[in-house]
Design a protein around this ligand. Structure first.
Ligand code: DNO
Length: 369
């Protein structure tokens, strides 16, 4: 692995490391062996999928996960995600206990040399879509979002309304254990507004930063997806101003961002290359994908190629390159193509095409700039 890294850092400029998200052998239809064959991919981002937010991760399990990935010739380039217990997000009296557990997990990851942790601070739900398999003219399917449709959904029935199109796979953040107590969860957040959420995030970050600094673990918050409030719940990681507030409110080199182009790009007012430049030095992880705007509050996901969607992927990669970003990058949600049956957004084929395309842009950037 060390040789690989020396190779990555060789040449005119240090370059970013291409990775793929992997959901573990129990849940993922994509294997580590397949991932290893995608040109340029050297690592995966993964997690312990059977742990619940708030639990301490067993050291043995972390070691096993690492060993399994390394046996396939890859490395664990980061964790996506160590999820945050709702008590921390709402600032409940028992939050310190869950923060202490989080710190223990970070220490164990740090001891194992894992140094990027992606997390989110979205209330109740992780990312949200209104359709998990919208058919496009070429027969591929994509995830899509339509605020008008979402406004008609009763969140308490959400899981059953989406499940039929999820190819039998569970979406991250939509675990049945959580959905079973969804009323309680909404109740917990009833007095939490954007300011409280920001304060609770600050409290959490201040508590964990000494540990992160000790082990050089870069915390990379994921933007909210879509980047506006959903189901009346507050959402704060939505725009340049709020991301800058996050990185400045707790001043540590370990406090940073997962720059997710698709999540931030859901809001047409977000200028992604501009956000990237503003966050120079604070981006620890990049999720790079394209989406196609249809109207405000309505978008389809797309192939990674610029001309297939509304984002300029060349300008995005150029901005990352120009700020000297040398962290981990991954393609993000792909279309479902060639008859693949996989977790929506996370099949092998279109994400592999995404990697090839992003690698092509990077090669041309490296040779030109
Ligand atoms: C969606 C993903 C998110 C992300 C979490 C990070 O495809 O990018 O589920 O992993 O928000 O905690």
């Amino acid at each position: 692995m060390r040789l690989l890294h020396l190779w990555l850092k060789k040449g005119k400029k240090i370059i970013m490391e291409m990775t793929l998200r992997w959901f573990g052998k129990e849940a993922d239809s994509v294997t580590l062996e397949q991932i290893r064959q995608i040109p340029g991919v050297t690592g995966v981002v993964t997690t312990l999928y059977d742990t619940m937010p708030g639990e301490v991760w067993p050291l043995e399990r972390i070691k096993e996960m690492k060993a399994e990935v390394e046996a396939a010739g890859l490395r664990v380039a980061g964790i996506e995600s160590v999820n945050i217990h709702d008590s921390i997000k709402v600032g409940a009296p028992d939050r310190d206990k869950y923060i202490a557990n989080y710190i223990t997990t970070l220490e164990r990851l740090g001891q194992e040399g894992i140094d990027v942790v992606c997390y989110n601070f979205m209330p109740v739900f992780d990312w949200t879509r209104s359709d998990l398999a919208k058919v496009r003219p070429d027969g591929s399917t994509v995830l899509s979002y339509d605020q008008e449709l979402v406004d008609k959904i009763n969140p308490e029935n959400l899981l059953s309304s989406m499940d039929s199109k999820a190819n039998g796979f569970m979406l991250p953040g939509w675990e049945p254990e959580r959905m079973a107590k969804i009323k309680e969860l909404f109740e917990l957040y009833k007095d939490v507004d954007n300011e409280k959420l920001f304060n609770n995030l600050k409290y959490f970050l201040e508590a964990i930063m000494p540990t992160c600094e000790k082990y050089n673990i870069k915390m990379a918050i994921h933007p909210d997806d879509p980047s506006w409030p959903v189901f009346g719940l507050p959402r704060i990681m939505t725009c340049k101003e709020n991301l800058l507030r996050l990185v400045t409110m707790v001043d540590s080199p370990c406090n940073g961002v997962t720059l997710c182009t698709g999540s931030l790009g859901s809001n047409m007012n977000n200028d992604i290359p501009d956000i990237i430049r503003a966050l120079k030095g604070k981006i620890h992880f990049a999720h790079v994908r394209n989406i196609k705007h249809i109207a405000p509050g309505k978008f389809d996901e797309a192939a990674h190629l610029s001309s297939d969607g509304s984002l300029d992927m060349y300008e995005i990669m150029k901005a990352l390159y120009e700020i000297g970003f040398k962290g981990i990058v991954r393609p993000d949600h792909g279309r479902m193509i060639w008859g693949e049956v996989a977790m929506p957004g996370y099949g092998l084929y279109d994400r592999a095409l995404g990697v090839a395309y992003l690698n092509g842009i990077l090669e041309s950037l490296r040779k030109q700039l």
